[in-house]
Design a protein around this ligand. Structure first.
Ligand code: SF4
Length: 237
């Protein structure tokens, strides 16, 4: 059985144990237009970059430069670009919106309330993402189900109703953290140094910190908020 979408995507049925490569290939077949990888240069995303070189080297990479990223993220972005000889399509927030935000609310307004945090994420991430997705038939993400309570209901191939009904491909959805690292280490992939300093999940510098032993992998993201709020709006459902 397949489900219709706003863009008329017929989602194929995937085998229970579909591999990331199979998920990507199945997604590319049904996407109504070009597909790109949204790359935050997490270890998951770098694994996907590597997989794409064999499965679909035509898929482009885009990244969101929020203006608040860690130096280590830029370093790994450059290492990925050089290793694979690929260009990264960087997207920045609208200058006017950032200037207004910082002039009116200062540099750390996101710590003051959930509304303020959403406002900053909307300006620095969501709006640039919407521009990045324009004209695409689908996008690939490094989301994994076990990362967060907000990600338990995802599917490997979904219709992204928040972004015009294009296809969303989540090839690593069922992979564990151990599987991701095993792949990354076996291929000696460039990885963000912060991962080895207690950061399983890396976002903007002021909104991410290292976690302690036994803490949830996303405990270091917006650590002052409740777990059900720990999304930036890029993956609305
Ligand atoms: S993660 Fe923090 S700094 Fe980055 S866009 Fe969201 S609120 Fe702003």
């Amino acid at each position: 059985m397949s489900l219709p979408s706003e863009k008329n995507i017929q989602l194929p049925e995937l085998p229970q144990e579909a591999s990331p490569a199979e998920i990507i290939s199945a997604g590319l077949k049904v996407a109504d237009g070009p597909v790109a990888l949204a790359c935050s240069f997490s270890v998951e995303d770098v694994v996907i970059v590597d997989l794409l070189q064999e499965v679909a080297p035509q898929v482009r990479l885009f990244a969101l430069d929020t203006g608040r990223l860690n130096e280590e993220t830029y370093e790994v972005a450059e290492a990925v670009s050089q290793r694979y000889g690929i260009a990264i399509d960087w997207f920045f927030p609208e200058r006017d919106a950032v200037e207004k935000l910082e002039r009116e609310k200062g540099l750390f307004s996101f710590r003051e309330s959930l509304d303020n945090r959403h406002e900053c994420c909307r300006i620095r991430k969501v709006e640039p993402l919407q521009r990045a997705l324009k004209g695409l038939g689908g996008w690939i993400t490094g989301l994994r189900r076990e990362q967060s309570v907000t990600r338990t209901g995802l599917a490997p191939l979904e219709v992204d109703t928040s972004n015009g009904g294009i296809l969303k491909i989540n090839p690593l959805l069922e992979w564990s953290e151990a599987q991701v690292w095993e792949y990354a280490e076996s291929k000696r992939l460039p990885v963000n140094k912060l991962h080895r300093q207690g950061y399983p999940s890396i976002g903007c510098a002021p909104c991410t910190r290292a976690i302690k032993d036994g803490e949830h992998p996303r405990a270091g993201r917006w650590w002052w908020e409740d777990p059900e709020h720990k999304e930036c709006g890029l993956h609305r459902r």
